[in-house]
Write a protein that binds this ligand. Structure first.
Ligand code: NDP
Length: 306
């Protein structure tokens, strides 16, 4: 074979390989559009009744990631007709003062949702602050009452990232029923709620964490693998079963670039479907918060949420 034909054959193979990898990516655009449309319809219905869904964001200090997160929520909310007010508090505020601010917002009828940006400074107990939020305004779903309801299978406010993950899975495969699902990570924000949601969908669920022995042996049994560990690119082809759907919740910054917890290049030939980072889960999470704000507004106004 001539040099030319080898060159073109390699080029063609590269093209096919890239096309194949792209077709496995769950871009989630259809799901984003669906959720946006759902919010738009509900906001229009509420505004017709003279109700403007309203959200209060509380940020303590100047954490860069928190600032970016509030900005992204505010711009999406604005485009969807949801009112947002922001409380920027000094990093030296006491826990007592912060709780008193939350209690005042709890009592304001015109505010439907409260979001406290995490992490909080170390002198403030996160658990105590989250418990101070009125459970009916807890759009993050972190209040113990809402987490308890999730455990009981009664979904009122589900943590937004977990909600995005389960909706992405439902939108990407025919059925979850009876599938082996492995969740790596057991945070209250992602790992535990995702595991409960998968269980509610009748998957067989295993939760792994930093003390799990023989992690690859377990993750290789997964038809559905959810990764939320905060370890850049840790999950490579040695952890993934052929044809698995892989959901990467990780957001890590390396050399100014955002990467996931999954090593995309290593697993792309093995996976059935995979979420990209950045993209998908992160984008959907913000929308889920706004969806929860609309839900809170409907609950507080005694409107049907089904
Ligand atoms: P946490 O730090 O709260 O939890 C990490 C979990 O991963 C823990 O359960 C920990 O185990 C486990 N873990 C850590 N290292 C290993 C390991 N080597 N092997 C197995 N398990 C391990 O993180 P979060 O769940 O809050 O976040 C995880 C990632 O998801 C981060 O990158 C974060 O930025 C991202 N994230 C993304 C969101 C989004 O909207 N897309 C929202 C929230 C988070 P143990 O419990 O034993 O310590």
């Amino acid at each position: 074979m001539s040099h030319y034909s080898i060159f073109f054959k390699n080029l063609y193979n590269k093209y096919i390989h890239r096309r194949c990898a792209i077709s496995k990516i769950i871009d989630g655009k259809d799901l984003l559009a669906k959720v946006k449309n759902e919010i738009t319809v509900n906001v229009a219905m509420l505004r017709k009744r003279g109700i403007v869904p309203s959200l209060s964001i509380i940020r303590v200090g100047e954490n860069k990631a928190s600032i970016a997160y509030s900005r992204s929520i505010m711009s999406k909310a604005d485009s969807l007709g949801i009112y947002v007010e922001q409380h920027k508090l000094d990093k030296l505020i006491s826990e007592k003062e912060l709780i008193s601010i939350i209690q005042k917002i709890n009592e304001r009828k015109e505010i439907n949702g409260i979001l406290v940006e995490l992490p909080l400074p170390q002198n403030i107990r996160q658990k105590t602050v989250l418990e101070a939020i009125d459970p009916y305004k807890d759009i993050d779903g972190f209040h113990p009452i809402n987490l308890g309801k999730l455990l009981a299978g009664n979904l009122v406010f589900v943590p937004a990232t977990a909600q995005s993950i389960i909706e992405t899975i439902k939108n990407s495969i025919h059925s979850i029923v009876g599938k082996n699902a492995v969740v790596i990570g057991r945070s209250n924000i992602v790992g535990k709620p995702v595991a409960l949601l998968l269980l509610k969908e009748n998957a067989t669920v295993t939760i792994c964490h930093s003390y799990t022995r023989n992690l690859p042996e377990i993750t290789k049994t997964a038809d559905i693998l959810v990764v939320s560990i905060g370890r850049p690119k840790m999950i490579n082809k040695n952890y993934v079963k052929e044809g698995a759907i892989v959901i990467d919740a990780g957001i890590n910054k390396i050399d100014g670039k955002i990467v996931g917890d999954v090593d995309f290049d290593s697993v792309q030939d093995i996976v059935g479907r995979i979420t990209p980072v950045p993209g998908n889960i992160g984008a959907l999470t913000t929308l889920m918060l706004l969806k929860n704000t609309v839900k809170a507004t409907k609950i507080q106004n005694k409107l049907d949420i089904s």
